[in-house]
Design a protein around this ligand. Sequence first.
Ligand code: KIV
Ligand code: ZN
Length: 519
Amino acid sequence: MKGTALKEKVMERIIIFDTTLRDGEQSPGVGFTVREKLEIARQLERLGVDVLEAGFPASSSGDFEAVRQIAREIKGPVIAALARAVPSDIKKAAEALKEAKRGRIHVFIATSPIHMKYKLRKDPEEVLRLAREAVKMAKEYCQEVEFSPEDASRSDPSFLYEIISAVLEEGAGIVNIPDTVGYSVPEEFGSLIRNIMKNVPTIKEATLSVHCHNDLGMATANSLSAIKNGARQIECTVNGIGERAGNASLEEVVMALKTRRDFFGFSTNINTSEIYRTSQLVSRLAGMPVQPNKAIVGKNAFRHAAGIHQDGVLKEAATYEIMSPSSIGLEREELVLGKLSGRHAFKERLKKLGFDLNALQLEAAFKAFKELADKKKEIFDEDLVFIVEEQTLQIPQIYSLEYIHIVTGNQVLPTATVKIRKEEKIFQEAACGDGPIDAAYRAIDRVVGLKVKLVDYSIRSVTGGKDALGEVMVKVQKEESMVTGRGISTDIIEASAKAYVNAINRLIYREKVRGKGVK
Ligand code: KIV
Ligand code: ZN
């Protein structure tokens, strides 16, 4: 009865503004290449986000280039570019957005006493003037302008009303209220939004947005509370990645609105069956594994361990499942392909997974698939995704692992011998270490001769079974640059070495293509 009534009512839509490529990239240790950003942007378009914040063009030449290429190619969502309230940032953002079908300049300046005094060293009058001038200037370049008073939740509410009224007067169409340091709690944040709606009458002609960080684990709750009180745009990231503890997570916000539409009464444009795939892609390219108990996309989110629960779910899924795995696209196609599969089946399967490869990429991916099928009898979708990504992202493989031999045991000093190819030359080195992986990394270091620090190492099995592919992710640092590398193999030592070599290639590539910036 309730469901029928809901179907008949046309629901107002909440605008989903994704900032995975901008605030998400501010996660410690994450740095996407331009190609990776494009790959994620294409998937976000499939997911159906309304606005895609592609980057902060003034922060680096890499960010500028990523925004420019995304604006050129991605025509579904509005493409947003971030800018401080300074003319050079606004010009850069406008330039990067030139080819966008629909672009948006997102201008921000801090408004809290603590930020104005210590960070900006400006008084409120000056901040107000800069905000006005910035929005006015951005409007000259771009029809759509969004304004964010940074650290809004710790700002003086009457100053907030004043600055919001001012930027609306200058033509801002969207005003975003950030809980920059994740300090708010839902009731309080909701009432801040309600008070803005009440005290700034002209806000009704614009869209009120929210941008919540997760320092106290309340980003999703705060965002939803804001919706209940008048906000109509939520800024969020896939898997909730972002600065410090991250941002409101897109999948949580969207699935809460969908699952509890009886309570919220809003819809979104998101094709929820693309959620799982998007989450996996972002996790891999960011080098940030999703925690198993993460709401919606964690690997345990739809698993039932207790006997009573399993019994209940077998009798009727709704006993313990408030949403179905298929609603987020979690439909395991268990066995996909094997050693005897041909090109046609391979190509068809890739198409179904959403990959459209050119003939050369397809041939390379098929070769990699056959090599894997020789080692592993069952090839799953996840295996295929890895193979294809290796072929399409095309980070120049300056170094590649040709050979690795390990001697280890509980009574011997672990020793590794590696052969590494660099262009046409093969280099061989050996080293001892605290364990086989440490030994392998020391041997690789000897060949490459770069001083890098291993910051993080994680391993997981990509698929089930004794012959599962092991995926190793590493983070390595050289001075200011931190990159992620990944390697897969049925042999975990080989996967570890490949991940390390991959990170080194990325480091070299990053240093070559990235300019120095303000971020
Ligand atoms: O958290 C924040 O305040 C931001 C702004 C730039 C919107 O990311
Ligand atoms: Zn933020």
